[in-house]
Design a protein around this ligand. Structure first.
Ligand code: ZN
Length: 209
């Protein structure tokens, strides 16, 4: 996505509209984006012996285990990943305000990273307990999307679809950590650096443009 955005800004043919700049800033720093993405260091090769690029996706996970201090809940962990750093806080990782969440497994995708065993580095949890969470996003765009007229539709309707949610969580795996949600909120920010660190900016851009 970042490489596409960089190419799109450089060629600018046809001229990039305002939406890209609203979502990712207007400071012409797009060339720096691919290098800033963190662990991706080469051609993706899922069969490579040295790297494990697997990202685990859990649908409606039920493996979160409570951490307590006395009577209080102080955090959570996924019992299938015994080396993961605990998720701190009393709120369940899939509480009703969370559609999906991404966390570290404690495994390393490259060998010799400290003592971490080799394995998938992240889990994307698609929550599925209450309406509004990712597993209930079952709207389909259909196969005629590229011929349809989209004038008058808000980019914010993309939040109803699972695809942008997966892209959003995938951008967290790629190191984009900021959390501004939906075009109508992102557009109110004048901080280019915030926009370029923001998962939803890329997910909306890739899904809607
Ligand atoms: Zn997020």
């Amino acid at each position: 996505m970042a490489e596409y955005a960089q190419w799109r800004l450089q060629t600018n043919q046809p001229a990039v509209g305002t939406v890209l700049q609203q979502l990712l800033g207007n400071d012409d720093q797009m060339g720096a984006l691919p290098a800033a993405f963190g662990p991706f260091t080469g051609v993706f090769n899922p069969l490579g012996p040295q790297l494990d690029h697997t990202v685990v996706i859990k649908c409606a996970p039920n493996t979160f285990t409570r951490l307590t201090a006395g009577a209080n809940t102080v955090g959570w962990f996924d019992s299938e990943f015994p080396y993961m750093p605990n998720l701190m806080g009393a709120e369940h990782p899939c509480n009703p305000n969370v559609a999906a969440t991404t966390y570290l497994t404690g495994y390393s995708r490259t060998p010799n990273a400290g003592n971490a065993p080799l394995g998938p580095s992240h889990v994307i949890a698609l929550c599925g307990d209450v309406l509004g969470q990712a597993m209930f996003r079952r709207n389909t765009i259909g196969t005629d999307w590229s011929q349809r007229r989209w004038e008058g539709q808000s980019f914010d309707i993309l939040a109803q679809y699972l695809t942008p949610t997966l892209l959003h969580e995938g951008m967290h795996v790629a190191g984009r950590s900021a959390e501004m949600y939906e075009w109508s909120n992102i557009v109110t920010s004048n901080r280019n650096d915030d926009k370029q660190a923001n998962s939803d900016s890329y997910a909306i851009l890739a899904s809607g443009v």
